[in-house]
Ligand binder design. Structure first.
Ligand code: ATP
Length: 308
């Protein structure tokens, strides 16, 4: 029987530097803080789903280096099975994150390293993992050909597919027809449809366009406003949840996807899965960091009012 979740995506080590401004080219300035942690959308989503209690396999590539070891450590802690090729001749991905220590604004360079070399042939090598899962999830940080190959392979095996078209990079239009749940944020949705998503009516119109292009259900994340869920027989906004001060929304989208996919893998219906995604993200935004901020299942259940 099909069980658990397979996620294809990238891992990067997030290296965040705080300073009062960006240095000019040729200049060196003193910073006011630093943090290092595991990141990358696919990797964050895998950690979120693992902590939410799902059986998760993460398909990616890393280097034989310190950042790669960091990835394997968090997978071991979160119960994620790494289906990760360790490359001898490429470094693990890394992100340079400049954070303005006054305004909180950031500027980022993402270098996917080993994960940038993921091809359709790599996806084929993990065919058995994908086909034996109940849910498959991918994004657009790795090369887009690999996303289409994996979505198609998953779909033809009857695996429920979740496509998070993030960041807003171009992708093959054939992906729509291979997608059960299409999950962009507001700006990714706007980049595709060509109008801003300001109101629920905008979200509904965008959702209609995604359905016309072939997705099963569109789920547009709206930050603090929650999620717009638009599919056959349903079109509604599901509110966000947060029970503590919001201190860091980085990785909120990944937390949502991880919680949502975990619920789907348990056979929960889409509305309940969206609520679990909102609860997962609503806890993650009250903590610093991306992957390290992902909550355990007991915390998610408590947030949803079901657990202890
Ligand atoms: P990021 O790029 O920061 O990871 P995103 O832009 O992909 O996030 P958002 O739409 O901002 O995704 O947020 C995803 C989900 O996280 C929202 O649907 C909501 O459930 C939750 N969320 C985000 N911001 C907040 C907030 N301020 N309070 C409560 N929940 C939030």
């Amino acid at each position: 029987a099909q069980m658990g979740i397979a996620i294809l995506g990238i891992y990067v080590a997030d290296t965040a530097y705080l300073a009062e401004r960006m240095p000019q080219v040729g200049e060196t300035i003193s910073g006011s803080g630093f943090s290092l942690g595991p990141g990358g959308k696919g990797s964050n989503q895998a950690v979120a789903a693992g902590r939410a209690g799902a059986r998760v396999s993460f398909i990616s590539k890393i280097g034989d280096d310190t950042f790669g070891k960091m990835a394997l450590e968090i997978y071991a802690e979160a119960g994620v099975t790494p289906k990760v090729e360790v490359m001898a001749d490429m470094p693990s991905g890394a992100a340079f994150i400049f954070v303005n220590d006054q305004t909180g604004e950031n500027a980022i360079i993402v270098y996917p390293g080993a994960a940038g070399t993921i091809t359709s042939a790599d996806v084929e090598e993990h065919r058995a993992v994908i086909e034996s899962s109940k849910v498959f999830v991918t994004q657009l940080e790795q090369p887009p050909d690999a996303a289409l190959t994996a979505l198609t392979l998953a779909r033809s095996a009857g695996v429920t597919t979740v496509f998070n078209p993030a960041p807003a990079n171009p992708f093959d239009a054939a992906c729509y027809g291979q997608t059960d749940y299409f999950v962009p944020n507001e700006s990714e949705a706007a980049a595709i449809v060509g109008f801003k998503i300001d109101t629920e009516e905008d979200a509904r119109r965008a959702g209609d366009l995604f359905l016309e292009r072939g997705v099963g259900t569109a789920i547009i994340t709206l930050g603090a406003k929650g999620v717009y869920l638009h599919g056959p027989g349903i079109s509604t906004r599901v509110p966000a949840m947060a029970n503590a001060p919001v201190i860091d929304t980085a990785g909120a989208g990944d937390a949502f996807i991880g919680g949502f996919a975990a619920a789907l893998s348990e056979g929960q219906g889409v509305e309940q899965a969206v609520r679990m995604g909102c609860a997962t993200a609503g806890i993650a935004v009250t903590r610093r960091g991306t992957a390290p901020a992902m909550p355990a299942r007991a915390e998610i259940d408590a947030m949803m009012g079901q657990g202890a």
